[in-house]
Design a protein around this ligand. Sequence first.
Ligand SMILES: Nc1ncnc2c1ncn2[C@@H]1O[C@H](COP(=O)(O)OP(=O)(O)OP(=O)(O)O)[C@@H](O)[C@H]1O
Length: 256
Amino acid sequence: MAVIKIIDVSKVFSDARRKTSTTALANIDLTVDRNEFLCLLGPSGCGKSTVLNMIAGFDRPTTGTVSVGGGIVTAPGSDRGMVFQQPTLMPWLPVWENVAFYLNLRGGDSAERRRVAQRYIDMVGLGGFENHFPSELSGGMNQRVGIARALLMNPEVILMDEPFGALDEQTKMDMQEELVKIWQKNRGTIVFVTHSIDESLMLGTHVAVMSARPGRIRELIEIDLPRPRDPTSRQFNDYKRHLLSLLRPEPVAATS
Ligand SMILES: Nc1ncnc2c1ncn2[C@@H]1O[C@H](COP(=O)(O)OP(=O)(O)OP(=O)(O)O)[C@@H](O)[C@H]1O
């Protein structure tokens, strides 16, 4: 069943001061079903974040519609949790209060908020660090805090914008494994932006390959690989070859 529906969406950014405009997206159609893990893959500047921001409700399409759970998106909402490349934590709050941030906004019993937060802290493997402050944690651990905070909202969809982009290779692989485990356990729908072919193949049930600006969906591919995925397997590399060919610049027609 479709949770996210993007229908004929274009996005033009206008700069009144410079009197210029940029067509970031042109006529995008994309459907994401419940429990899918969709990776949006494409070169820098092709509009991946723009698509995610429109699903999140941070931005509006110039034409076309984006809907989540049957309703047209007009603003951010608690049905969509966002995880950014930099985890945007409150440095003055300990881990557990960062994770419980949205519960804190609602008020209520502190012991109960702490209990709920602990569940998600344990889920992302941060048990024992509840009372640490973000400055006392590594980049990967802070990113786990951001993921726990998004999971706690129990949103319909989780939107992730290159969440592991700033991490070293080893931490990135650990986090990918962890995220897949959490997704397998909780299910739910994830849209994950990346420019890494390997990352998209390690994670996605589907990969939507975007073309360079103006962004379009070149192909939506279902990834039929067993988990845990083996990046050295023949099937993995068959997909990789195909994705590479899609990401190569489209040939320009020759002129005489
Ligand atoms: N607020 C904005 N105002 C003007 N132009 C914008 C704005 N946001 C994005 N753009 C332009 O839209 C295009 C797509 O940007 P976007 O950030 O969505 O790409 P991306 O694929 O996520 O890139 P990257 O992988 O480098 O983060 C780019 O040309 C960018 O300059």
